[in-house]
Design a binder for this molecule. Structure first.
Ligand SMILES: [Zn+2]
Length: 253
C-alpha cells in the first residue's frame, strides 16, 4: 500500500520504493496495521515537509540530484533501517519492547526531518554547536529555536499516534517515545557537528553538504568520506531506539 502510494506521489526512486516496500511488509508483519500507520505518518509528513517551500530551500548553485529523483534507498534505510531491525527482532523474540524500540527510532527520524525541513526556514541564522558561532542555514550540527520546536512536535506526532493506535498503550510509554525522539534528534545534531564530513565549494567559497556546487565538484575539508548525512541519521535513530527501549525496560517492566 505505502509503496503504491509512494510511486503515485513520485516521492521515491525505484530502489527507494523497493526499500520502502520491504520496510512496510516487515512492519505490518510484526506491528500490524497500527505500525504501518506510524510508518506512514513519518514517511508522508517528511515527504510533504521536504517539498514544502522548496523554492526557498533549494540551493540553486548545488546540483539538485536528490530533489529530482525523490527519496533514495539509502535515505529510506538511514531513516527507516533501525525501525525495520526492530520489526525483524520482533519476529524472532516476542517481546513488547520491540514495538517501543520501533516507535523510538521513528520518533527520532521524524523529529530530525521536521527539525531540518522547518528549521531551515528560520529567519535567524542557526547556531553551530561545535564551532560555537552562527552559520548558514541548512548545515548539519547547527540548531535554531524554530527547528527545536519542530523536533518536539515531530517526536510528539509519533508518541501521540502510538498512544491513540494501540490498546496496550499507556501515557507513560508515549512520553518515553517522545523523549527518545527528541534526544535522538539531539544526538543527530551532535554527530552532525562533530563527525559528519564537511564539503567546501572553491568557486563561491561556502561550506555545503552537496557533492556538486557552482557546477564543480566540492572538496572535503573535514571528516571521513563515509561519514555522510545518511550514516549520521541512521546512528541517531539507533540512539533514539536505545533510549526508548532502555527507559521502557527500566520504568515499565
Ligand atoms: Zn558554490
Amino acid at each position: 500500500m505505502l509503496c503504491l502510494v509512494s510511486i503515485i506521489f513520485k516521492l521515491l526512486t525505484l530502489r527507494g520504493s523497493l526499500a520502502a516496500f520491504i520496510t512496510g511488509a516487515l512492519t505490518f508483519y510484526s506491528f500490524e496495521w497500527q505500525g504501518l500507520v506510524i510508518l506512514a505518518i513519518f514517511f508522508l509528513t517528511s515527504s510533504i515537509l521536504t517539498k514544502w517551500k522548496r523554492e526557498v530551500k533549494i540551493d540553486y548553485n548545488a546540483e539538485p540530484l536528490e530533489d529530482k529523483k525523490g527519496r533514495t534507498a539509502g535515505q529510506v534505510f538511514a531513516n527507516g533501517g533501525t525501525s525495520t531491525l526492530a520489526a525483524i527482532a520482533a519476529i524472532f523474540m516476542s517481546d513488547p519492547v520491540w514495538l517501543i524500540v520501533f516507535a523510538g527510532a521513528l520518533a527520532t527520524a521524524t523529529a530530525d526531518t521536521w527539525a531540518s525541513e522547518i528549521g531551515i526556514l528560520s529567519k535567524t541564522k542557526p547556531f553551530h554547536l561545535k564551532e560555537w558561532r552562527k552559520v548558514e542555514a541548512g548545515l548539519s550540527g547547527a540548531v535554531s529555536g524554530l527547528g527545536t520546536i519542530a523536533a518536539v512536535i515531530g517526536a510528539a506526532a509519533i508518541g501521540v499516534s502510538y498512544y491513540l493506535l494501540y490498546d496496550t498503550s499507556t501515557f507513560m510509554v508515549s512520553i518515553i517515545i517522545i523523549f527518545a525522539g527528541f534526544f535522538g534528534n539531539i544526538a543527530d545534531t551532535l554527530f552532525g557537528a562533530w563527525f559528519e564530513q564537511k564539503l567546501y565549494c572553491q568557486i563561491c567559497k561556502t561550506e555545503t553538504e552537496s557533492k556538486w556546487h557552482c557546477k564543480m565538484k566540492t572538496v572535503r575539508i573535514f571528516g571521513l568520506p563515509w561519514v555522510t548525512n545518511n550514516l549520521v541519521n541512521f546512528s541517531s535513530t539507533i540512539i533514539g531506539a536505545l533510549i526508548a527501549g532502555g527507559l521502557y525496560i527500566w520504568t515499565v517492566k
